[in-house]
Design a protein around this ligand. Structure first.
Ligand SMILES: Nc1ncnc2c1ncn2[C@@H]1O[C@H](COP(=O)(O)OP(=O)(O)OP(=O)(O)O)[C@@H](O)[C@H]1O
Ligand SMILES: [Mg+2]
Length: 133
């Protein structure tokens, strides 16, 4: 169950910084460890930057979750860019169509508990990342 949510723009580096700061503040409130905070914020940086660089910008939905007796955070970053034709390939380490190292997607996936990607050519990209405390 989502107890509180917020939609923020993801169009500039500054927007990305605000998303990172908001999530970090929520995680501190929810008493996530510093390690867990850093992991999610790092994943957000990678996915957010991809949305800016490849997707031409988009938005971020931030949700505070409550399930039975545990709390969580879900971050959904989406763009209306070209989408990803081969998701398996894009998720491979060191695969990049740009000037990057190609560790953004694969790294982000490893950093969060639940990582879900929905992307189709011409339909943009939406990535959901969820962590529980
Ligand atoms: N939002 C997106 N829209 C379209 N294509 C994307 C998107 N995100 C990732 N991709 C594609 O997936 C590839 C792999 O992404 P990944 O973040 O792993 O590497 P990178 O951005 O190229 O390099 P790095 O993140 O290491 O600097 C990208 O090169 C790009 O082709
Ligand atoms: Mg990247």
């Amino acid at each position: 169950m989502s107890v509180s949510s917020k939609v923020l723009p993801m169009r500039t580096e500054e927007d990305l910084m605000i998303v990172r700061q908001t999530v970090k503040a929520w995680m501190i409130e929810q008493e996530f460890s510093l390690l867990e905070q850093t992991k999610l914020v790092t994943a957000i940086s990678e996915i957010g930057r991809n949305a800016l660089v490849y997707g031409g910008g988009g938005s971020a939905l931030l949700e505070q979750l409550l399930e039975n007796c545990r709390v969580g955070i879900r971050v959904t970053i989406e763009d209306q860019g070209p989408g990803i034709a081969d998701i398996e390939q894009a998720l491979q380490d060191a695969y990049s169509t740009g000037n990057g190292l190609g560790f953004g997607l694969s790294g982000a996936k490893r950093l969060v508990m639940d990582f879900d990607i929905c992307s189709k050519p011409g339909q943009g990209t939406r990535i959901k990342m969820t962590v529980w405390n």
